[in-house]
Write a protein that binds this ligand. Structure first.
Ligand SMILES: [Zn+2]
Length: 255
């Protein structure tokens, strides 16, 4: 050990452990991924919450998931503007174009948007998963507010406003809102031209998930039933909105 090493630097010790213990066992895989490049089939958009662990949930190996994580697993609108339905003009009254414009707010350059474009246009992913979860601090904060100093966070949480319920935040309301927020993000994904094109051509599927941490189970959104179904009894890993559904007799059912 280097004499300058800080013995209390736990992170440094973990980095060394990865290099000395894990890497030698998986060296070939990493080197293949470098030689052949990455070809992940799934774009995973998840909440930043430390209890959401995409590789564990999906049993994935390095190279299998292209991951974007942010507060709440939210997706900005493709044009970069969010309309606040709770502000004047946001409810789109007829003829109130100016007020509507006033309620539309530029949400800024966003890495999530860039990652979606890259995953679809360059990596040609076959699936996009949007994964919310139980006890999500972002959803709670969307009801309860955040520090005035958190300017970006306050704006970001507006991406969940349409999912909020007109009730006090109770455990049941929060759970429902977490799920409604996932569906809202799926709908927003369809506002991305390249996503819509690929979904409509059948090359891309959308999957809405709600991970219940305390049960160790993901509930997948079933667009036909219009609700979330525990993976243990679900018939598929999620058929996002607008995904054509192939019936057992081969007929295409389009939602
Ligand atoms: Zn969360």
């Amino acid at each position: 050990m280097n004499e300058n090493t800080d013995p209390a630097d736990e992170l440094l010790l973990r980095l060394r452990r990865f290099h000395s213990d894990y890497f030698p066992l998986h060296q070939q895989r990493f080197q293949d991924l470098v030689a052949r490049g990455q070809h992940p089939k799934t774009l995973f958009i998840g909440c930043s919450d430390s209890r959401v662990v995409p590789y564990l949930l999906t049993g994935s190996e390095p190279g299998e998931l292209f991951i974007v994580r942010n507060v709440g697993a939210f997706i900005p609108p493709y044009d970069g503007y969010v309309t606040d339905p709770h502000e004047p003009g946001g409810g789109c009254p007829p003829g109130a174009r100016a007020r509507l414009q006033a309620a539309r707010q530029w949400v800024g350059l966003h890495g999530t948007t860039a990652a979606i474009e890259f995953a679809v246009l360059n990596l040609h992913v076959e699936r996009i998963v949007v994964c919310g979860h139980s006890h999500c601090g972002a959803i709670r904060a969307a009801y309860e507010g955040v520090s005035q100093e958190a300017v970006a966070l306050k704006a970001w949480l507006k991406l969940a406003r349409e999912a909020l319920l007109p009730v006090q935040s109770s455990p049941e309301a929060l759970r429902r809102t977490e799920q409604r927020a996932v569906v809202l993000q799926l709908e927003r994904l369809m506002g991305y031209p390249m996503v819509r094109r690929e979904v409509e051509s059948g090359r891309l599927t959308l999957h809405g998930w709600h991970y219940v941490i305390e049960d160790g189970e993901v509930h997948t959104f079933d667009v036909r039933q219009g609700n979330f179904v525990p993976a243990s009894v679900a018939s598929n890993s999620g058929t996002g909105p607008y995904q054509p559904y192939v019936e057992h007799d081969g007929q295409i059912f389009s939602s």
